[in-house]
Design a protein around this ligand. Structure first.
Ligand SMILES: NC(=O)c1ccc[n+]([C@@H]2O[C@H](COP(=O)([O-])OP(=O)(O)OC[C@H]3O[C@@H](n4cnc5c(N)ncnc54)[C@H](O)[C@@H]3O)[C@@H](O)[C@H]2O)c1
Length: 254
């Protein structure tokens, strides 16, 4: 998709990858850009960028629907929706039901709430793009973050299903699956040091990820992989699933 003259909505747009996407998209002469975020700062952030901001919790279906319908009413249509807001939870079996519910709501259900409004809208227009920020954790798992990895796998499955069901009706779907990106999600946890195995493949800046995303959207690739090594890893996993599991176990032990 060429982003010129398009109406674009980004969730989780106040900060991190979502905000970098917005800045990068502005170089492509879109018609309008809209940032949705639970953080009230989104209003000021958007104002400073000369775009529109909305304080919405994406896990609140009614409020999200109302906001998306208001944007459609005002701007005629939404061409590209970036379902990017996400949260990370560390822990394995000790993860509480409450934490599972919260990650499930934000990392999975929010995409479904948006899809219920936007996929029929895009099918009616015979055009539209639904981008979900998943993670390499949705393809390759993430030891120590059980609910994050599980919900990201679910988001990937959802995106595949949307592409299969609506790809023939004009709706394009992509997943953005980076490994480490230098945002609050990563820097605030303090778990990163230079010995972290993922550091081998690099800590990308949100701006690098945004550049790769624009390239991926232009090409309409389903998988957008800012860390190119991820393609090799998923090929290895598919080729020898048990061997891949054994290798990850070894890495965790180290
Ligand atoms: N940073 C990484 O290394 C990395 C890697 C792979 C995937 N991701 C994914 O990228 C996406 C963006 O994360 P980020 O790294 O920019 O993190 P971030 O914490 O910098 O930004 C996330 C944004 O989402 C907003 N948000 C959180 N919950 C929300 C809710 N319920 N409703 C609306 N907005 C909400 C936050 O306020 C924040 O502005 C997430 O889906 C994350 O899982 C991040």
């Amino acid at each position: 998709m060429n982003l010129k003259n398009k109406n674009i909505v980004i969730t989780g747009g106040a900060d991190g990858i979502g905000n970098a996407l917005a800045k990068r998209f502005l170089n492509e002469s879109p018609n309008s850009v809209h940032l949705i975020d639970i953080n009230p700062n989104v209003i000021q952030v958007a104002e400073l960028m000369g775009i529109n901001g909305y304080v919405v919790d994406v896990s609140d279906p009614d409020n999200l629907k109302l906001t998306l319908n208001n944007i459609i009413n005002q701007f005629d249509k939404i061409d590209l929706f970036c379902s990017n807001a996400g949260i990370q939870e560390f822990g394995t079996l000790s993860t509480t039901d409450e934490a599972w519910h919260k990650t499930w709501q934000v990392n999975v259900m929010s995409h479904i709430y948006a899809a219920r409004v936007l996929i029929p809208h895009m099918v009616d227009n015979k055009d539209g793009y639904f981008l979900i920020t998943v993670s390499a954790a949705g393809l390759l798992n993430m030891p120590g973050a059980m609910s994050y990895a599980t919900t990201k796998h679910a988001a990937l499955g959802l995106a595949e299903n949307l592409s299969i069901m609506y790809g023939g009706k004009g709706v394009k779907v992509s997943v953005l699956c980076p490994q480490l990106v230098e945002t609050d999600m990563v820097t605030s946890t303090g778990v990163l040091d230079e010995n972290h195995p993922l550091m081998r493949d690099g800590l990308l800046s949100p701006n690098q990820v945004a550049d790769d995303t624009v390239r991926g959207l232009n090409k309409e690739d389903f998988l957008i992989l800012p860390h190119p090594q991820v393609l090799q890893y998923i090929q290895g996993k598919a080729h020898d699933y048990d061997g891949w599991l054994a290798n990850i176990r070894k890495l965790v032990k180290k």
